[in-house]
Ligand binder design. Structure first.
Ligand code: GLN
Length: 480
């Protein structure tokens, strides 16, 4: 009932692009899955769940917050949506986002910007690109929400809005029916108030899907999670490269408090180095737009997408250019141009190929610090590394707290891209990563205004070896 009340109360946050009539959310008899009830776990039965608007649903339009898809309704549900519906979850609506997942503040949307309001007069960034999903959870308009994370789009908004946001290992959750941004990086992610709810939803979705060619096969799945039993006393890595000069003092202090809390629980702390991290952001902003420029080529008003008006009788090239010029927002157009350039014959060697090499170095950096092997790689860790390596890494999710929307509006694109500096390394390496909110104290932040649903907090990120999703979730639970 509270969710229904909040959906009306928080309509001004613009977290949803389309939503179910709240009256249809009431009156469903609670009848949890007997298996879940037996194991004492939460069940998703009857739970209101919001879905990011780039995940296909039969019952709602799927616009990806783009003008070019403003009239699109998918003839089928994405696998992740179907799995939740089959388990009895209630889809409450489609959440607002940055167009096609491109952005860090959920302001590049055909439906207008998402606006986080924590107290009277506040208008702050909810993060992006899954800002609507994060804010829907933060304002209790749903119990959990799905987002997508290509370079941080689940973790960054979770950090800004004070909820938990989880990006699983690449290939675990099906992408069938998820509108592609950059296929080699795209993952479906989960938001909720705490890590246990995230785990409940993750358990429902973590299955092989033959319809997604990148879905991890059952035989590889059976080899994952060798680190799971180690949660008694973990070796926690502190990546020194993440302690940058521009880290907000409240974020640094939240990081220190998180490490102290884990150390008091008997885990041990170990400084580590990830030297290629400093190049990860530039590599990401070559690779992601390159894949995007190829993925978005199909929206031309003939094969896909709403055609611009008045161009029916014109030559094809004019029809395409007008449709794409009108249908795509400015940030998406910028990414298409960047991507087409870095894939062009004169630039591919200096940009795309170099970025792929950096991606490999970033992956190797992670493999060099973890105690266990990457189950997808050929290299075995040495006995010394197995002893001295770490189980998880803990670092900030984003260097700052949620900025005011007025500040975001005057930022240039590069400043917005800088927000992703701590989230893209795990994306390039396909690793599981979660953002957990650590609430800021009155002394650290002037802007704390009484008891609100949405509290100001800093996001702390936990990164694990490929396939150690459960270990990452359980470490997040220990932090809350
Ligand atoms: N902000 C990043 C970008 O714009 C990440 C987006 C995402 O993860 N979908 O590319």
């Amino acid at each position: 009932k509270q969710y229904v009340v909040n959906q009306l109360k928080y309509a001004h946050l613009n977290a949803f692009i389309s939503r179910t009539d709240p009256s249809s959310l009431t009156g469903r008899p609670p009848s949890p899955d007997p298996k879940d009830a037996e194991s004492g776990l939460h069940s998703v039965y009857d739970k209101p769940i919001a879905i990011k608007d780039n995940i296909c649903t039969k019952d709602f339009k799927t616009t990806a917050a783009s003008g070019i898809l403003k009239d699109f309704t998918s003839p089928y549900d994405a696998t992740v949506v179907k799995l939740l519906q089959d388990a009895g979850a209630v889809m409450v609506g489609k959440t607002n986002m940055d167009e096609f997942g491109m952005g860090s503040h959920s302001t590049h949307s055909h439906a207008g910007p998402v606006k986080m309001q924590r107290y009277e007069g506040d208008e702050a960034s909810a993060g992006g690109s899954s800002g609507g999903s994060a804010l829907a959870v933060a304002s209790s308009q749903c119990w959990a929400a799905l987002g997508t994370d290509t370079g941080g789009s689940v973790r960054l908004p979770a950090a800004y809005t004070g909820v938990v946001g989880f990006k699983p290992s690449y290939g675990l959750l099906s992408r069938w029916g998820v509108i592609a941004y950059a296929n080699s990086l795209d993952t479906v992610g989960i938001f909720a108030r705490n890590a246990r709810i995230v785990e409940t939803v993750f358990d429902k979705l973590n299955v092989y899907d033959p319809q997604d060619p990148t879905s991890l096969s059952p035989s590889t799945r059976s080899r994952l999670g060798s680190n799971e039993g180690r949660s008694e006393s973990l070796r926690i890595g502190i990546p020194l490269e993440y302690n940058i000069a521009t880290l907000h003092p409240a974020v640094r202090s939240a990081w220190i408090r998180a490490l102290q809390a884990l150390s008091e629980k008997g885990h041990t702390l170990h400084p580590v180095r990830l030297p290629s991290t400093q190049h990860a952001l530039s590599a990401y902003y070559i690779l992601a737009p390159a894949e995007a420029s190829s993925n978005l080529a199909k929206y031309d008003g003939v094969r896909f997408g709403s055609r611009a008006e008045g161009v029916d009788g014109t030559p094809e090239s004019v029809l395409f250019a007008t449709t794409r010029g009108q249908g795509f927002g400015s940030e998406v157009q910028r990414r298409i141009l960047l991507g087409a350039f870095s894939l062009s014959a004169q630039a591919i060697g200096n940009y795309f190929i170099q970025a792929q090499k950096i991606r490999r170095l970033v992956q190797q950096d992670f493999n060099n610090v973890f105690a266990t092997d990457n189950p997808l790689g050929d290299e075995k860790t040495s006995p010394k590394q197995a002893e001295e390596g770490v189980d998880v890494l803990i670092c900030p999710t984003v260097p700052t707290l949620a900025p005011p929307l007025s500040e975001v509006k005057s930022q240039d694109p590069i400043q917005a891209y800088m927000n992703d500096v701590f989230t893209v390394p795990a994306s390039l390496a396909g690793l599981p990563a979660i953002s957990v909110p650590i609430h800021t104290t009155h002394k650290e932040c002037a802007a704390v205004h009484g008891e609100n649903d949405i509290r100001e907090s800093a996001g702390i990120q936990i990164i694990g070896q490929y396939g150690d999703d459960k270990l990452v979730l359980h470490t997040a639970d220990a932090l809350q």
